[in-house]
Design a protein around this ligand. Structure first.
Ligand code: ZN
Length: 301
């Protein structure tokens, strides 16, 4: 049976853009619920400047307190060498880095242009590799930019090329629709191109559901060879640079879509729904995910 790996990103990408703050203990509880639902790769924390992202200031504490069952891999986000050192010291199994595909968004988000960001990546990769950690690079705004509009496939392809030709190519490359504008034909074209340019890298998709195309894009990505998909329990999250951007695609909705299509995820749908309900309680609002409201089908016994 075919399978796709779901990377649970609610503790980082999801919570980072939510107005309600969870305590460290609640974040650890969320990670425990994700593990219980079947997640085995979880983006747990971000090692960026806590002054810029106060929601993630407790990254080290979260990493120290989270459950460590065998087979569960924790991803830490790092945008520079210092962040990579912190992620390694906090025992992250994987270090994820972000390159933004458009210059203006890159300047606003990373405080550096694309070329300088790629130089930072090579230093981050050196730190992670020296510590024996897996690495991944997310190419953000790969399908559209809130400042520049359309992002051409050539721009994404040239970044994939730079990543693949370096001495420390990432183990995985993610193409991200950060502001939720893509449609499936774009996804197929971009994943086909990435696979041709970087055949050794694992490919991952990261989709926001701003225009309700997130799940269609995720399905197209796995058809086009993505081995992993990011998703967030409840579909929580947003994007600080795209005010109307909604969250990541909901994990439990993605599990329903894939499992009913005969694609294994390793997730327990009912437990995913319960975790989404837990998030609704903690965030004080109904999460965007649909399975959280509609329930599974056929109805659970
Ligand atoms: Zn995102």
């Amino acid at each position: 049976m075919p399978s796709v790996e779901i990377v649970e990103v609610s503790p980082r990408d999801g919570l980072q853009s939510e107005p309600a703050r969870l305590t460290t203990a609640e974040k650890v509880e969320l990670i425990g619920l994700a593990v219980a639902a079947g997640a085995h790769r979880i983006e747990a924390a971000s090692f960026v400047n806590p002054k810029r992202v106060p929601q993630m200031a407790d990254a080290e504490d979260v990493m120290r307190l989270l459950p460590r069952p065998a087979g569960v891999s924790y991803v830490g986000l790092a945008l520079n060498e210092r962040g990579a050192e912190r992620a390694v010291a906090a025992a992250c199994d994987e270090v994820n880095f972000v390159v933004v595909a458009s210059e203006t968004f890159s300047q606003r988000n990373q405080g550096a242009g694309v070329a300088e960001t790629l130089d930072r990546w090579f230093r981050v990769a050196a730190v992670a590799k020296a510590a024996g950690r897996r690495t991944s690079v997310t190419i953000a705004a790969a399908f559209g930019c809130p400042f520049e509009g359309e992002v051409g496939l050539d721009r994404v392809a040239s970044i994939v090329e730079r990543l693949a030709e370096g001495d420390t190519p990432p183990d995985e490359i993610a193409l991200a629709d950060t502001i939720g504008v893509a449609v499936p034909p774009q996804i197929r074209a971009a994943f086909d191109a990435a696979r041709r340019i970087a055949p050794a890298a694992k490919l991952r998709g990261h989709f926001h559901n701003t225009r309700n195309t997130g799940l269609a894009n995720a399905f197209a990505a796995q058809e086009a060879g993505a081995q992993a998909l990011d998703a967030s329990l409840g579909g929580i999250g947003g994007c600080p640079f795209a005010p109307a951007a909604t969250g990541n695609i909901p994990t439990e909705d993605l599990v329903y879509l894939l499992e009913r299509s005969g694609i294994r995820t390793g997730f327990d749908l009912q437990r995913g729904i319960e975790a989404a309900q837990w998030l609704s309680d903690k965030l004080g609002k109904r999460v965007p995910g649909m399975l959280e409201k509609a329930g599974p089908f056929p109805a659970a016994a």
